[in-house]
Design a protein around this ligand. Structure first.
Ligand code: BG6
Length: 487
C-alpha cells in the first residue's frame, strides 16, 4: 500500500469563498466583502470611497489612493456575502464530507468573525460558531486542518492602519492566533498560518493601499514575523500542534535547453521557493537580499526580527498545486498565461482547462520531489483540482468525468512520489471539495467540487447541495486508501 494508514484524505475550502454570513453573528467586515464578482473577461473590482466621499472601483492589481476606505455598495453583488453559505449549511455539508469518508477537512477561520475590527476585541459568537464546526467534525471523526488566514484582513485594519504595512498588525494577528490556539486546544491540531503567502499583495489580501514592490515587501516582512511568532505561540500553547506554512507552487520548466531559458526557469522557481526558505529554513535567501540591494529596497526591521524568523520555523509545508508553466529568456515569448495569473510561456506539451490552467500531473510528482529533496520536512498537498463548468442533466446527475480524470492522474502522480521517490506526504485535500466562489474571477461557474451547489454567477439559486459523479469516485479512493483509482 502506497499511502500510510493515517494518510489525511479530505477536501479544502476557505471562509471568504464558502462561509457567507458576512454580517451574521457579530462578524466585522473583511476586505473581501468589498470585492465584486468577475469573469474570464472582466476582472473583479474593489469598491472604495475616497476622503471626499466619492465612490470608485479599481482592479486588485491597482493601488488605492491614500486614505481610501472599503465600501459595500448596496446596489452591487458581492460573492463573499453569502458565498455557498456554509454558515447555514454546516451540518449538512459535514455529513456529506463524512459520507465521502473524509479523514480531514481544511477550512479557514475568518479573522473578522473572531475580531470584528481586527484589534483586541473578541466576538464570542464567532468563537462559538467554530466550536460547533469542530465539534461536528469530531463527531464524524474528521480532523480539522485550519488555515488561520486565507486571503483577507479585517477591513478596519486596512482602512485605519494600511493593513500589513503597519507593524501593529503583527501584534493584532498574534493576538488572534493566541485566542484561537487557546480556545480550540484539543480540537484542532493541524494549522497553517497564511494561505499562498507568495501570492499575497494588494488591498484585498493584505490591506495595503500602495501596491508598489517596496511596500509589498515591507508588509511581507511583517507577515513573516507574524507567522514565526504565531508558530512559537502555537507550540507553546499546545506542543501537539502541527503548524505549517502554505505556498502556491507552480513549477516552471525551461522552454528549451538554452542555458538562458534554464536560468529564467530557475529565477521563476526560486521566487516562490524563497517564501518557503524564510519559513522553513528561517532566513531570507541570498538572492532575495541581493535583489533588495540592487533595487534599493530597504526593509525596516526591528531588533530581534531575524532571530524570531529563525526560531519560528514551521513543522510542514502545505502547498497548492494546480498547474506548471514554462520559462523563456526571450521577453517576446513571455505572455500572461494560466488565466492571467503570471508572466510565463504557454507549454505546447500540455492541455489546458477552460480558464487556461495547464494540466500537468507529472508536474505534481516533480513538485513533490523538488520540495522534499530541498527541505526534507513533511509535505501536505492542501489544494489541487480542476475548475470547470458543470452541467446538471435533466435527471439531476452531474457527469464530471473530466474532473475524475484530472484527480485520477494527479493522485497516481502523488502515489508514485510516495512509493517510488520516498516523499513524506501527510495528506491530500482537493480544493473546493464543495462548490464555492472562485478566488480569481469571483465566478460560481468555475466549479471544483465533488458536491454541487445550486448558485449562479449573479447569486441566484436555491443553494441546494447534490452529489456529482466525482463524489462517488472519490469515496472509493478514500475507502481503498488510494489503491482504487478506477478505470
Ligand atoms: C488558490 C487559492 O489560489 O487557488 C484558492 O488558495 C483559490 O483560494 C484556488 O480558490 C483556485 O483558484 P480560482 O481562481 O480558480 O478560485
Amino acid at each position: 500500500m502506497a499511502f500510510p494508514k493515517d494518510f489525511l484524505w479530505g477536501g479544502a475550502t476557505a471562509a471568504n469563498q464558502y462561509e457567507g454570513g458576512y454580517l451574521s453573528g457579530g462578524k466585522g467586515l473583511s476586505t473581501l466583502d468589498a470585492i465584486t464578482g468577475g469573469s474570464k473577461e472582466h476582472p473583479r473590482m474593489i469598491s472604495f470611497k475616497t476622503k471626499d466621499g466619492k465612490t470608485h472601483q479599481v482592479t486588485r492589481e491597482q493601488s488605492l489612493p491614500a486614505g481610501a476606505v472599503g465600501y459595500v455598495d448596496p446596489e452591487q453583488y458581492y460573492p463573499s456575502h453569502v458565498a455557498t453559505d456554509f454558515y447555514h449549511h454546516w451540518q449538512e455539508d459535514i455529513a456529506l464530507f463524512a459520507e465521502m469518508g473524509f479523514k480531514c477537512f481544511r477550512m479557514s477561520i475568518s479573522w473578522a468573525r473572531i475580531c470584528p475590527k481586527g484589534d483586541f476585541a473578541i466576538n464570542e459568537e464567532g468563537l462559538a460558531f467554530y466550536d460547533r464546526i469542530f465539534d461536528e467534525l469530531q463527531k464524524h471523526g474528521i480532523e480539522p486542518v485550519v488555515t488561520i488566514n486565507h486571503f483577507d484582513i479585517p477591513m478596519h485594519l486596512a482602512d485605519e492602519l494600511d493593513g500589513w504595512l503597519d507593524r501593529q498588525v503583527v501584534d493584532y494577528f498574534v493576538f488572534f492566533c493566541e485566542t484561537i490556539f487557546k480556545r480550540y486546544k484539543g480540537k484542532v491540531r493541524y494549522w497553517m498560518t497564511f494561505n499562498e503567502i507568495n501570492f499575497l499583495r494588494s488591498w484585498t489580501q493584505i490591506g495595503i493601499h500602495d501596491n508598489s514592490k517596496p511596500k509589498r515587501w515591507q508588509a511581507m516582512h511583517h507577515l513573516f514575523v507574524a507567522s514565526a511568532k504565531a508558530v512559537m505561540k502555537g507550540h507553546e500553547i499546545d506542543p501537539d500542534n502541527q503548524i505549517g506554512m502554505m505556498v502556491a507552487y507552480i513549477p516552471s520548466y525551461p522552454m528549451t535547453a538554452d542555458p538562458k531559458d534554464v536560468f529564467a526557469a530557475l529565477q521563476f522557481n526560486r521566487d516562490q521557493e524563497s517564501f518557503i526558505d524564510v519559513q522553513v529554513k528561517g532566513y531570507y535567501p541570498a538572492h532575495r537580499i541581493k535583489e533588495f540591494e540592487r533595487e534599493g529596497i530597504v526593509i525596516e526591521k526591528l531588533e530581534g526580527d531575524d532571530e524570531l524568523i529563525a526560531q519560528g520555523t514551521v513543522d510542514y509545508i502545505g502547498f497548492s498545486y494546480y498547474m506548471s508553466t514554462a520559462s523563456s529568456a526571450d521577453p517576446d515569448k513571455v505572455k500572461y498565461v494560466g488565466g492571467n495569473q503570471m508572466p510565463a510561456v504557454k507549454n505546447p506539451y500540455l492541455t489546458e482547462s477552460d480558464w487556461g490552467w495547464a494540466v500537468d500531473p507529472l508536474g505534481l510528482r516533480i513538485s513533490l520531489c523538488k520540495l522534499y529533496d530541498r527541505y526534507n520536512i513533511p509535505l501536505f498537498i492542501v489544494e489541487n483540482g480542476f475548475g470547470a463548468q458543470d452541467v446538471v442533466e435533466a435527471d439531476g446527475t452531474i457527469n464530471d468525468d473530466y474532473r475524475i480524470q484530472y484527480f485520477r492522474d494527479h493522485i497516481q502522480a502523488m502515489k508514485d512520489a510516495v512509493e517510488l521517490d520516498g516523499v513524506d506526504l501527510m495528506g491530500y485535500t482537493p480544493w473546493g471539495c464543495i462548490d464555492l466562489v472562485s478566488a480569481g474571477t469571483g465566478e460560481m461557474s468555475k466549479r471544483y467540487g465533488f458536491i454541487y451547489v445550486d448558485l449562479d454567477d449573479e447569486g441566484q439559486g436555491t443553494l441546494a447541495r447534490s452529489r456529482k459523479q466525482s463524489f462517488f469516485w472519490y469515496q472509493k479512493v478514500i475507502e481503498s486508501n488510494g489503491e482504487s483509482l478506477g478505470e
